[in-house]
Ligand binder design. Structure first.
Ligand code: GLN
Length: 333
C-alpha cells in the first residue's frame, strides 16, 4: 500500500518495520483480499506490509515511531487522536475507526499517536488534533456519565468550539446531546454540545438494527456522497429545529427511523449512529477528518491513496440496497 502510485517513492521500503523482513511486501493490486494481504509472502514484492500491531492488541499510547508500527519517515505532519473511553465505548468494531485513521496517516508518512482519554483523564487543550468516542450499552453510558460531566465536559466543549474534528458514534453521540432517556432507569443528562435529545422507547420496542446507507451532505466536492455502515440502537434521536443533520437516510433507520435524518454536524464535530466500523468502508470521510486534524480550516489537501479495497467494501454494502436505493431516491423527487 502506498500513496498514489504516480507519486509514490521507495522511501517506505527503507522504513519497513524491524518486525518484518524489509523484503516482505504486498502488491497494490486492487483484487487483494484480506487473506492475500495477510499472506504477503505469496505476492509480488512492491511495498512493505506494515505490521498491524493494533490488530493484535488495543492501541494504548501508540506512536508510529517504533512502537510496533511502521516507523514513519520524519515529517512535519502529526495527528494525535484523543480516544475517549476506549475500554467502555467500543461497540461493533468502533475501534476500527482509530485503526483506519492510523493506517491512512502512516501510509502518507504522517506521524500518528493515540492519546487515551479514559475515566479520570482530563482533555488538555491543544493536546489532541482529533477526538473519537465510540458506542456503548445503556449501562456503560450510565457508568461514565459522572466522569463525562465532571472531568471531560469542558475539554469536549473546548474541542468543538476550537474546530477540532470530533467523531462521536451512537452511545457517545447521544450523550453529547441534551439528554438520553435509556431503556430503563433515570435520564442521563448530556453535555448539550449537540442540539438534540434521545429517548429509548423501552425494552419491548424494536431496536434500529441493520446495514445503513446515507447521503452525506457535507461530502467534499468530487467525493462520493454515500456513506455505508451498520447501526444498532434502541434510542430514537430528535434534532433541534436549527440543527444540521450529518446525512440523510437512503436505507436504514438513522436518528429515529421516521424523519430520515442521520446524525448531526456542528462545525467539525460529527455525531452519527453508524458503526461498522464507519471509517474503513468510507475512506473519503476518514480523509476529511485527517485533513481537518492537520488544519481545522479545511485547506489541507491529502495525497490520494490506492483505496480500491476500501471502495470494494463500500460498494458491496451499496449493492445490497441498490434496488431499494433507486426506489427511495425516486420517491424523494
Ligand atoms: N445504548 C444506546 C442505545 O441503545 C446506544 C447503543 C450503541 O452505542 N450502539 O440506543
Amino acid at each position: 500500500r502506498s500513496v498514489n502510485p504516480a507519486s509514490s517513492t521507495n522511501a517506505s521500503i527503507e522504513s519497513a518495520p524491524a518486525s518484518l523482513d524489509p523484503g516482505t511486501a504486498v502488491s497494490r493490486r486492487s483484487d487483494r483480499s484480506l487473506t492475500t494481504v495477510l499472506s504477503a509472502s505469496a505476492l509480488p514484492k512492491t511495498q512493505p506490509l506494515a505490521h498491524d500491531a493494533a490488530l493484535e492488541s488495543p492501541p494504548v499510547i501508540w506512536s508510529s515511531q517504533g512502537q510496533g508500527g511502521v516507523p514513519a519517515r520524519k515529517t512535519s505532519r502529526r495527528v494525535r487522536v484523543g480516544h475517549l473511553y476506549a475500554d467502555l465505548l467500543n461497540l461493533y468494531a468502533d475501534r476500527g475507526n482509530v485503526m483506519s485513521l492510523r493506517r491512512r496517516c502512516e501510509w502518507r508518512g504522517i506521524d500518528f499517536e493515540v492519546v487515551p482519554l479514559g475515566i479520570g483523564d482530563r482533555i488538555v487543550p491543544g493536546a489532541v488534533d482529533l477526538a473519537f468516542m465510540g458506542g456503548g450499552q445503556d449501562g456503560d453510558q450510565a457508568f461514565l456519565a459522572d466522569d463525562l460531566f465532571r472531568v471531560k465536559a469542558d475539554g469536549i466543549r473546548g474541542l468543538v468550539s476550537d474546530g477540532v474534528p470530533l467523531l462521536a458514534v451512537c452511545g457517545s453521540y447521544q450523550l453529547l446531546g441534551h439528554y438520553y432517556d435509556p431503556s430503563a432507569g433515570a435520564r442521563l443528562p448530556g453535555l448539550g454540545v449537540f442540539d438534540l435529545h434521545t429517548a429509548h422507547p423501552g425494552p419491548q420496542a424494536p431496536r434500529c438494527i441493520g446495514n445503513v446507507v446515507v447521503e452525506w451532505g457535507g461530502a467534499p466536492n468530487g467525493a462520493p456522497r454515500t456513506l455505508v455502515g451498520f447501526e444498532n440502537h434502541g434510542g430514537r434521536t430528535f434534532l433541534g429545529s436549527e440543527a444540521t443533520p450529518f446525512a440523510r437516510v437512503a436505507a436504514g433507520y438513522g436518528n429515529n427511523g421516521s424523519d430520515r435524518t442521520e446524525g448531526i454536524v456542528v462545525g467539525n464535530a460529527i455525531g452519527t449512529y453508524i458503526h461498522g466500523s464507519l471509517l474503513p468502508k468510507n475512506p473519503h470521510l476518514a480523509d476529511w477528518l485527517i485533513a481537518l486534524a492537520l488544519d481545522p480550516s479545511g485547506t489541507t489537501k491529502l495525497e490520494p491513496l490506492d483505496d480500491s479495497v476500501e471502495w470494494r467494501a463500500h460498494e458491496t454494502v451499496l449493492g445490497r440496497f441498490a434496488p431499494s436505493l433507486r426506489r427511495s431516491t425516486e420517491s424523494r423527487r
